[in-house]
Design a protein around this ligand. Structure first.
Ligand SMILES: O=c1ccn([C@@H]2O[C@H](COP(=O)(O)O)[C@@H](O)[C@H]2O)c(=O)[nH]1
Length: 240
């Protein structure tokens, strides 16, 4: 079942302190969005800030993109589950055994979070892939990594909105498709190279939109969330 329109938006709390993250979170309505803790906030504030966000009733996506040997990643996933997060991720490029080990260890936890795999970072285009020795375009590489992640039994994928339609066509409605690289009209792309608007991403079949700077840098972050929700509500019934 697709998530309700209210909870499709995941706000990336890419800020430099627990205080800033909690102040931002206090301006958000947990009924209307979820939050994401990534490398900057986690490295500055540690696991405590995750627990503080969870205790405020927010669903937390822990976006640490684990990529290591299977035993290490499995242990990190178990530690993340103990924090009470709603979802976490690994890099699909870590390989099948790594993803299987993560999934198996999470299955042993009391309340396993959703586990998804990053395919190709949304900041990379074909030239960037070539520079790191990967021939081909992001669209093909995303599909190869998606196949591996789903073979490992993961719940879904992180991809750019530009690959959502092809992934839906190939893998059907089941995998959760979580898309950063989302830019409301008239907002700056910054370092994101494979982008679409929120409405385009949802219409293509995305389940969740990860949006950081267009919300966190807005004068009123909750108003920015509401504007995106309004954009999604205007989509034809069934797509949002
Ligand atoms: O491929 C990826 C995977 C993760 N991210 C993360 O999403 C947010 C996007 O923030 P914006 O400010 O909306 O660009 C950020 O936390 C990234 O670490 C991604 O962008 N692309």
């Amino acid at each position: 079942m697709p998530p309700s329109p209210q909870t499709r938006i995941i706000v990336a709390l890419d800020v430099a302190s627990a205080e800033a993250a909690l102040a931002l979170a206090d301006r958000l309505d947990p009924a209307q969005c979820r939050v994401k803790v990534g490398k900057e906030l986690f490295t500055r504030a540690g696991p405590v800030v995750v627990e503080q966000l969870v205790s405020r009733g927010l669903d937390v996506f822990l976006d640490l993109k684990y990529h290591d040997i299977p035993n290490t990643v499995a242990g990190a996933c178990a530690a993340a589950a103990d924090l009470g997060v709603w979802m976490l991720n690994v890099h699909a490029a870590g390989g099948l055994a790594m993803m299987q080990a993560a999934r198996e260890r999470l299955a042993q936890t009391a309340a396993p979070p959703l586990l998804i795999a990053v395919t190709v970072l949304t900041s990379l285009d074909t030239d960037d892939l070539a520079a790191i020795g990967c021939a081909g375009n992001p669209r093909d590489r995303v599909q190869t990594l998606a196949e591996l992640a789903l073979q490992a039994g993961l719940d879904g994928l992180v991809c750019s909105p530009q690959e959502v339609a092809v992934l839906r066509e190939r893998f059907g409605p089941q995998p959760l498709l979580v898309t950063p690289g989302v830019r409301p009209a008239d907002t700056a792309s910054g370092d994101q190279k494979r982008t679409m608007t929120p409405a385009e991403a949802i219409a293509a079949g995305a389940d969740h939109l990860v949006i950081g700077r267009p919300i966190t840098a807005a004068p009123d972050p909750m108003a920015a969330v509401e504007a995106i929700r309004a954009e999604l509500s205007a989509l034809p019934a069934g797509s949002a």
